[in-house]
Structure formats: C-alpha cells, structure tokens
Design a protein around this ligand. Sequence first.
Ligand code: ADP
Ligand code: ADP
Length: 226
Amino acid sequence: MAHIVFEQVTKQYDNGFVAVKDLNLDIGEDEFLVLVGPSGCGKTTSLRMLAGLESISSGNIYIDGKRVNELSPRERDIAMVFQSYALYPHMSVFENMAFSLQLQGTPKPDIQTRVHAAATQLGIEALLDRKPKQLSGGQRQRVAVGRAIVRDPAAFLMDEPLSNLDAKLRVQARAELSKLHKKLSTTFIYVTHDQVEAMTMGSRIAVMNQGILQQVDTPQTLYDQP
Ligand code: ADP
Ligand code: ADP
C-alpha cells in the first residue's frame, strides 16, 4: 500500500513540449485510480514520472510522505505493467517472473515459493516452462501481471494493460484485475483511453486532457451528471 501525492508536477520534454502541466493528485492507499483521457494527453508520462522512468521538470512526487523525485525506480517499490507486456523473449515464464526477485537478491527458495504462489493465483502455473512466444495474448497479459505481483510492491501502475486483448478477453481481464485489487488491497493506478473501462474499474477517475487534469471524481458522480 502506498499513499501517492503529485504536487504541481510538470513535465517538459527536451524538445520544449509540455506533456504534463501542474498535476496535483492525491491517491489513497487502497485506491483503484483510473487515469483516463485521449491518446497523447500525458497519461503515460505521468505514470513514468511516478515510477522513476522519466525525470520531473518541476514539482514533487511523494510516496508515503517521502519525496521521491531523485530516487531510482528500484528505490520506489512500485511495479509497472506495460501495454506491450515487455516480457523477456529468451526467458521462460518462470524466469520472467523471477527476474526482479533475483536482482533484489531474494533467496532461491523464496523465489520458487513466490513465483508459484503468483502463478497459481493467476492460473498460469502450467505455463511456467514456456517462452512468451508460446503463449496466447491473454496468457502473456497474465504473466505481465504476475511479474508485478511477485515483487509484492507498494503500488501497481498499469498502462493500457488490456488494450492488446480482444473484446471478450478484455471484459474477463477487467473483472480479474478488479478482484485482484480487492484481494491485494493495495494501490492500483490504471491508465486507459477507454471511458467504459474507466467507469467499470475505477474507484475514482482522474480525467486528463492536453496535459491538464480536468476532474477527479467517483464514476457515479462523473458520468451521472446532467
Ligand atoms: P498518453 O499516455 O496520454 O497517450 P503520453 O504521456 O505518452 O500520452 O504523451 C504525452 C505527449 O507527450 C504526447 O503528445 C507525446 O507525443 C509527447 N511525448 C511523449 N514522449 C515524448 C518525448 N520523449 N519527447 C517529446 N514529446 C514526447
Ligand atoms: P504509448 O503507446 O504509451 O502512447 P507512444 O507510442 O506514444 O507510447 O510512445 C512510445 C515511446 O516513444 C515512448 O517512450 C515515448 O516517450 C516516446 N515518444 C512518444 N512521442 C514522442 C515524441 N513526440 N518525441 C519523442 N519521443 C516520443
């Protein structure tokens, strides 16, 4: 669980383009916050700044009250699931899921236990020896989530994690992610350009447009307005 605060966060890229402007956002410890808005509005940039994958031009980001602006991604205890899944193609599913734990120096028996537990939870224990190219899209998506779960991070960031799935799988995967959030009761931040997805998944929805946060509200309040 992590309490996350964006305070007047701005990102201006090297070419001068301002992708995110004066972002203020306070995300609670067990929230499922959906960041929604059209392509190019600054959603991914916001997530990448929080994860430490992109520098901040001005403002501050706090995780549990600690300013993290200068911390490396690994020091932030946050896991990110990408739209492309970003699985390592030459590694098995097990190795993909174990990799970050190995980097952390987790003892081998613990790695075994944690990978198997996460795989069971996601229904992919039969796939642990396969390579990513031997998996369906839905299975790859689960492995990407599994790779995040094994780390037991304080927060999960997800950047359009379902957009490569067909419509039927996507509906199923949404329900599974909602369930997972309840079970882990930790901070989820979920990026999508899909309003239906935002409405069905978020406990709160943050609406972004052209780098500016327009509104933050519950789905009921946001979409029931006259
Ligand atoms: P979204 O995730 O909402 O689609 P992004 O955060 O990826 O939006 O991008 C926001 C804007 O910043 C877009 O106009 C994009 O083209 C621009 N952008 C992203 N990365 C860079 C970069 N490295 N340099 C310059 N502009 C960028
Ligand atoms: P997404 O699928 O999240 O919208 P994009 O396809 O927009 O991502 O961007 C892929 C990569 O290209 C990212 O690393 C982003 O930072 C970079 N990028 C996006 N737009 C620009 C841009 N206008 N100039 C330079 N780099 C960019």
